[in-house]
Ligand binder design. Structure first.
Ligand code: DSN
Length: 430
């Protein structure tokens, strides 16, 4: 009786696959898996449970996932230069919850980036952090809105003695002042949490600040934005063993039961790709973002962060109030197969949340499909033609996109073992 419903779902999956494959995908929180990472999904692991740690599970039958999880954890520690790594959170929000639930109690003060300032929902009253304390205070920002005001924040930390400060955000153009705030945080025993969800792949590629080296106590992240893995979360730290045990309990059983073994295997494949390709990928991603920003600026768009070189990440922010605002512009672009999201900008009041002035563009997915600076110029031209000249550019977008269909920064074109030279260089890296 419901077979037709199943066919409808199958058809929608097929259409999504075909449609997004011909779009310019510019949502800054997304990316694509390589063919080999995708192929590691949908296996028997999709049916299984493995609570606990490798070798100490609550279930039998976990030998193979134990091996994968052990390898994954060990290599993430190498990639990020840390002593602790927790791979069981199934999302970035889960990773944040594992930390907040064990280190924030009612009444504690926590400093965060505001929503218009780019802060993630899990850092706010309505999200995960709000379950543990109501005393959430926004960082003061510099007049441009894209940087934390270090002097005023240091003063605030001295005055209110927060339990944590949460750096890192979702509208994330420039590095955060981790090193600048580390000393006052040390003096006041304030822990620095750094949410690296957006920039994890850029950190892996050594093209963005290294928050742990600069003084962050813990890094939380999702694993599917600039880090082009499956949709999961991770926690990284060099904290002492006793504190880490609390995080460990926060991850399981605190914020997850089973940890979705299917996508864990995919993350392992993507992590090995990252180990070889992160530097080249991060370099090109940032070049592309800057190139797209500059091209949009030349075409007359109000690109944010201009005085600071527009961006140091994968993101570009544009104020499109002159064209009807972020909601109108993002819908018009979607109708032309250019996919991005409306976004509040730092100067906006919270009541603008569903009709913000801005749009946010991320170049990390199109970079993975092999686009470079000339293609960024072309994307800017297509956006201008669509929004300013009011032209229909859908067919042009689809033709353009057809030139970029292979997922790069991967071993998709190979099934054999690495060459001896590659094996030696991998061994040298540890
Ligand atoms: N809210 C997502 C974004 O930045 O798009 C991240 O969870």
């Amino acid at each position: 009786m419901y077979a037709k419903k199943i066919a409808v779902v199958e058809e929608l999956v097929r259409r999504q696959e075909a449609w997004r494959g011909q779009c310019l995908n510019l949502i800054a929180s997304e990316n694509v898996l390589s063919r080999r990472a995708r192929a590691a999904g949908g296996s028997d692991f999709a049916h299984r449970y493995a609570e606990g740690h490798p070798g100490e599970r609550y279930y039998r039958g976990t030998g193979y996932i134990d091996e994968i999880e052990t390898q994954l954890t060990a290599h993430l520690k190498i990639l990020f230069g840390c002593t602790h790594c927790e791979v069981r959170p199934v999302s970035g929000t889960n990773a944040n919850e594992a930390v907040f639930s064990r280190f924030v109690a009612p009444g504690d003060v926590v400093l965060v980036n505001s929503t218009p300032g780019g802060g993630h929902i899990s850092h706010h009253r309505l999200g995960s952090l709000g379950k543990f304390t109501r005393n959430i205070v926004d960082f003061p920002l510099t007049p441009d809105g894209y940087h934390i005001d270090v002097e005023r924040t240091a003063f605030l930390i001295e005055a209110v003695r927060p339990k944590l400060i949460v750096l890192g955000k979702s509208l994330f153009l420039f590095p955060e002042p981790v090193a600048e705030l580390a000393e006052v945080c040390r003096r006041t025993r304030t822990r620095i949490v750094y949410d690296a969800a957006h920039v994890l792949g850029l950190i892996a590629g050594k093209r963005f600040q290294n928050p742990l080296a600069e003084g962050a106590w813990v890094v939380t992240a999702s694993t599917h934005k600039t880090f082009f893995g499956s949709q999961r979360g991770v926690i990284l730290s060099n904290m002492d063993e006793e504190e880490w045990r609390r995080i460990d309990r926060g991850a399981f059983p605190g914020s997850s039961s089973n940890h979705h073994l299917d996508t864990l295997a995919q993350l392992a494949v993507s992590t090995f790709e990252m180990m070889d390709f992160a530097e080249a990928y991060a370099e090109q991603t940032i070049r592309n973002a800057r190139s797209l920003a500059a091209a949009l600026d030349r075409l007359g768009f109000d690109v944010q962060g201009r005085d600071f070189g527009y961006t140091e990440s994968h993101q570009v922010a544009v104020n499109v109030k002159a064209f009807g605002g972020g909601e109108t512009v993002s819908r018009r672009l979607e109708a032309n197969d250019i996919i991005l999201n409306m976004n509040m900008l730092p100067h906006e009041p919270l009541r603008n949340h569903d009709r913000p002035e801005g749009i946010r563009l991320g170049v990390q997915e199109m970079t993975r499909f092999g686009m470079r600076e000339p293609e960024m110029e072309e994307i800017a031209r297509l956006i201008h033609a669509c929004i300013v000249e009011r032209q229909d550019v859908k067919e042009e977008v689809n033709r353009f996109r057809q030139r970029f269909t292979a997922v790069g920064y991967s071993y998709d074109d190979r099934v054999e073992a690495p060459s001896p030279a590659e094996a030696r260089s991998a061994a040298a890296r540890g």
